[in-house]
Design a protein around this ligand. Structure first.
Ligand code: SAM
Length: 350
């Protein structure tokens, strides 16, 4: 009899009490919605800082597949313009397309993608976040779309301020300047640099990886064509297409002589003991930037690229090599994303 009473007491009184007190002591996890979420690396940074990603929207099914592979959040694979928030959130993060703003592109004012950033204001109206973050290239801040977004967010009652951050100041082995427009109802975050005295270098990043890409865990590099290989052979560490023109002019096409200052045809080789330049989506193509390995005659591998973005080795990508390079080049480096997330968490949980 006593035994039965004890069981009944445990089931009806004790267990609910334990459950309640566990729920009370579990830390509050602010809810995040992520628009234009790509492979989910900005969201991942928030998750690592104790946020719950409740909803993401991304129209590219391959980037979304990577997101699903690594994060548990709901993701709608569709155009943000047709999606609606299912619930309110505490923080709205977003990485709208930057091609129309980038100084490397044509900076086409009429690029239809430029207005996509305004979707953030529409979502803010319904999801009522306390803080909003819009990540983009720095030139976005000079665009008429930024002005419109600023006015719309102000009208919704937010204070709005742009922050320009360099990934290298946050422990990333990369000189990567990006703008983070922050709209807030609860004050502005103080985003602290976590750079040690000496920046992380390409050598630090590649350490521990097999010297030659073995194809395992995305340590894959595109095989150069015969012409590309011949060009790479004459480019010293830190050098670029100017070395091809000087050392092997027969390998330089006529267009290089017509526009020697052209910034889109670079053929740059990395240095070992410095951070790399901004990693873009086409880093498997040696002409597109400074993506040639410091010592070997090949472009960096996907895993080396991921490391240069501070993406951990356990991150599982989906897609072809070129799709994966796009996801890496598009992403917010997680170490930088974490600094932003940490500062916002301090605002929400002082
Ligand atoms: C700069 S990336 C975002 C990267 C992401 N924040 C990260 O850290 O991994 C921009 C993304 O917006 C997506 N995109 C572009 N137009 C879109 C649209 N209309 N609706 C949804 N996603 C869109 C692209 O496919 C791309 O993955």
């Amino acid at each position: 009899m006593l035994y039965r009473q004890l069981i009944a007491y445990m089931v009806t009184d004790l267990l609910p009490q334990i459950k309640n007190s566990l729920e009370r002591s579990a830390p509050w996890r602010p809810r995040v919605i992520d628009l234009f979420s790509g492979a989910g690396l900005f969201a991942h940074a928030f998750e690592q800082e104790g946020f719950d990603i409740i909803h993401a929207v991304e129209e590219d099914p391959v980037a979304a597949a990577t997101h699903v592979n690594n994060l548990r959040s709901r993701i709608d694979v569709m155009d943000v313009r047709r999606a609606v928030p299912a619930q309110e959130c505490d923080v709205l993060i977003s990485g709208p397309p930057c091609q129309g703003f980038s100084t490397l592109g044509r900076r086409d004012q009429a690029d239809p993608r430029n207005t996509l950033c305004l979707e953030v204001a529409r979502w803010a109206r319904s999801a009522k976040p306390l803080v909003i973050v819009v990540e983009n290239v720095v030139a976005f801040l000079d665009s008429p779309q930024w002005d419109t977004l600023y006015r719309r967010l102000r009208k919704l009652g937010y204070d709005v301020r742009p922050f320009v951050l360099n990934a290298v100041d946050f422990g990333v082995a990369q000189l990567r300047l990006r703008s983070f427009t922050i709209a807030t109802r609860i004050g502005f975050p103080v985003i602290r640099s976590s750079r040690k005295n000496v920046p992380t270098t390409v050598r630090d990043c590649f350490s521990g990886l097999p010297r030659r890409p073995d194809g395992k865990n995305h340590h894959y590099s595109a095989t150069p064509s015969e012409l590309a290989l011949a060009r790479m052979l004459v480019i010293p560490r830190g050098g670029d297409k100017r070395d091809i023109m000087a050392n092997a002019p027969q390998l330089a096409p006529p267009s290089w002589w017509k526009t020697p200052g052209e910034v889109t045809d670079i053929w740059g080789r990395m240095q070992w003991d410095a951070p790399c330049n901004t990693l873009r989506t086409e880093f498997l193509n040696p002409s597109k930037g400074r993506y040639i390995h410091p010592q070997q005659n090949r472009v960096i591998s996907l895993r080396e690229g991921a490391r240069l973005q501070s993406i951990q080795d356990s991150w599982r990508f989906c897609g072809t090599p070129y799709q994966i390079a796009r996801q890496i080049g598009n992403s917010v480096p997680p170490l930088l994303g974490r600094a932003v997330a940490k500062a916002i968490k301090k605002l929400l949980l002082p």
